[in-house]
Design a protein around this ligand. Structure first.
Ligand SMILES: [Ca+2]
Length: 462
């Protein structure tokens, strides 16, 4: 399978192409493990996602009573594979069934008719991530890079932060508090940051009934040494399946000198998928239907690979599709899109460092079977470092519904693409500058977070 530019591929064949790429990607997994012709188990022969009965299986209590372990399926060196059990009463357990995409009912964007403006709702020093808690629609959690999390309620910022971890991190460059996410049951919040030594950390805190963060409840979930200061990724998002997705860059420097993004033996250059709750002695669990479960000598937390620095990624609120803004090296910035119905990125190689966007990069990395970007743009007037956003699913701007909204740290202005006709992108606004992240509230409305003026903007009709 040759890597092709999305422009060379008819849109109507996209699903078929995705399927073909997925098959090729699976084959490349086997090849990457050096077992292509030895009859080693292929990912496709793994047991499908199952709901297992807890009876007769040694179990260890999880923080909630809704998940049982199936230790027999454990393959990960650092975690236990789990499947959810529906026989244990009330459940907040993640399901392993992707959200069915009701695509036929979804609105199509009309980008030539979009008129929006940015309404500055609050200022927080270097706002870098936003999260919302189910059931607290009017409360926005906004993280600042230096390490505090603020409550923004109807445009008002609380006088004291919900959490202050400034002592745990050193902000600057691509370091600091980088991501926050709240569990679908609203009980826990996760922080993703680089610690004072530069190591990536994922921590968990308990939320109280009002959405406050219990600072004393901190629990370390996962850590990852960073060989260089840049490309730390750090975005964390709960997917439509209830699992936590965590993006790590390729470790840094330039050009992925150790080729980490292409190696399945490191978490760097990957999108990970975990159940972040502890199981037994493990601080988190690997879902049994992760693509590499069942293979030895690989990191089974991996969901997708071949990523350079997936600084911001998201799931479409309406259909569960995965969208990644992967920051390019020196030439091309890219948007990656995989439908939930096509696996949502499961087992896919997004190309780096064999490819920078649609351009061949490291010749010693094959990149066979790589999934090309949906959209890319060259460095220049449009920017130099993509800030991935969201598919708009709000109600306030009907013409924007179904469009993917993104921007770039190096060039002011928000842009959007229609997934069905992604070129060229459409400029939505003139600002803001220094766009670092987006947020999405419970109603699907979008926010832009900018270091320029330390501002949180809401996208509103213009
Ligand atoms: Ca790529």
């Amino acid at each position: 399978m040759r890597h092709r530019s999305p422009r060379q591929r008819p849109q109507q064949s996209r699903a078929a192409a995705r399927a073909a790429f997925a098959v090729a990607a699976i084959l490349s997994v086997v090849s990457a493990c050096g077992s292509g012709s030895t009859g080693a188990p292929k990912p496709s022969t793994n047991p499908p996602p199952t709901v297992s009965s807890p009876s007769g299986v040694p179990t260890t209590s999880a923080p909630t009573s809704s998940t049982s372990t199936t230790s027999a399926t454990t393959k990960a060196p650092t975690a236990t594979s789990v499947t959810s059990a529906t026989t244990s009463g009330t459940t907040v357990a993640p399901t392993t069934t992707p959200t069915a995409p009701p695509t036929t009912a979804l609105a199509m964007p009309k980008l030539d008719a979009v008129a929006i403006k940015l309404d500055k709702i609050a200022t927080v020093s270097e706002p870098i991530a936003m999260a919302v808690r189910p059931g607290n629609a009017s409360l926005l959690y906004v993280a600042e890079r230096a390490g505090r999390i603020w409550a923004v309620r109807n445009g008002n910022v609380d006088s004291s932060p919900l959490l202050d971890i400034r002592g745990r991190t050193t902000a600057g460059g691509e370091r600091g508090l980088l991501g926050i996410a709240i569990s679908p049951d609203g009980a826990r919040i996760y922080t993703s940051y680089t610690d004072t030594g530069g190591t990536s950390q994922l921590d968990e805190y308990q939320l109280d009934g009002d959405g406050g963060i219990d600072a004393t409840s901190r629990r370390s979930v996962l850590s990852q040494a960073q060989p260089y200061a840049n490309h730390n990724g750090g975005n964390i998002v709960f997917g439509p399946d209830g699992y936590l997705y965590l993006g790590f860059g390729d470790g840094g420097s330039g050009g992925d000198p150790e080729r980490r993004a292409d190696k399945l033996t490191t978490l760097l250059g990957k999108l990970l998928r975990i159940d972040p709750r502890p199981v037994g002695d493990s601080p988190y669990a690997v879902p049994a239907d992760n693509p590499l479960v069942g293979q030895d000598g690989v990191n089974t937390e991996i969901w997708s690979w071949g990523l350079r620095n997936p600084w911001r990624f998201s799931f479409d609120k309406a259909n569960g599709d995965l969208w990644i803004g992967d920051v390019g090296q020196s030439t091309l910035e890219e948007v990656d899109w995989v439908r939930a119905a096509d696996g949502g990125g499961r087992g896919l190689n997004f190309g780096w460092s064999a490819w920078e966007g649609s351009k061949r990069y490291n010749d010693d990395v094959t990149g066979d079977g790589a999934t090309p970007p949906l959209h890319e743009y060259a460095h220049g007037d449009l920017g130099c470092s993509i800030t991935g956003g969201y598919v708009y699913r709000g109600a306030a701007i009907p013409a924007l519904q179904g469009a993917y909204v993104f921007g770039d740290y190096c060039a002011a202005g928000l842009r959007a693409i229609d997934p069905a006709a992604p070129d060229p992108s459409i400029k939505l606004t003139d600002g803001p500058g220094q766009l670092v992240s987006f947020g999405q509230d419970a109603a699907g409305e979008l926010y832009a977070l900018s270091f320029d003026g330390n501002a949180i903007y809401k996208l509103v009709p213009g």
